[in-house]
Design a protein around this ligand. Structure first.
Ligand code: SME
Length: 172
């Protein structure tokens, strides 16, 4: 058991097979939704998600948020993992691409992504989910892994649905 939610304990860095990763995330999601039930403060939601997704997604070395703080600027928000870059322009990196296009970025090999920002040079793959509320890009959920191809479309789809739910009524 891990501390915040009930899941089998796994060592940090463990990359499960795709089906097992999806099953673990599906086991965690009702618990994550329950933990956030009724919460509307965006930072409280982001901090709790960073904690609980970090416990769930053991393949990550960075799990957290960049918040929109200007027309085309993101600033780091609540996260778990190694130190992240503080600011990211919309023109740069995987997070910038997600913010600009408002589309999920699933990058199996960051060395093949033009302009990838190496905050931690051990990162090999990345998944970024944009958070849009009230018609505005508010933040991105950034997940990085030291493993190649550590994220799957099915995980991305589950996370898109999660953030749509938990930020639907959030005050940013
Ligand atoms: N790799 C990201 C930058 C954020 S950090 O790695 C935490 C990017 O290219 O957007």
């Amino acid at each position: 058991m891990s501390e915040g939610i009930l899941l089998p304990a796994l060592a940090r860095g463990t990359l499960l097979a795709r089906a097992e990763r999806v099953a673990r995330l599906e086991q965690a999601l009702p618990q994550i939704r329950a933990a956030l039930d009724g919460e509307r403060d965006a930072v409280a939601i982001q901090a709790t998600l960073a904690c609980l997704l970090w416990e769930t997604l053991t393949q990550t070395n960075w799990c957290g948020f960049y918040r929109r703080v200007g027309d085309r600027t993101l600033a780091v928000g609540p996260y778990q993992g190694t130190m992240g870059c503080l600011r990211i322009d919309f023109d740069r990196g995987v997070c910038g691409a997600a913010a600009r296009a408002r589309e999920v970025q699933l990058v199996p090999d960051v060395s093949q992504f033009p302009g990838h920002i190496a905050c931690d040079d051990r990162t090999r793959s990345e998944l970024v989910v944009p958070i849009v509320a009230g018609g505005e890009l508010r933040a991105v959920l950034d997940l990085d892994s030291p493993h190649l191809d550590a994220f799957d479309r099915a995980e991305a789809d589950l996370l898109v649905a999660l953030v749509a739910d938990v930020f639907a009524d959030a005050a940013f």
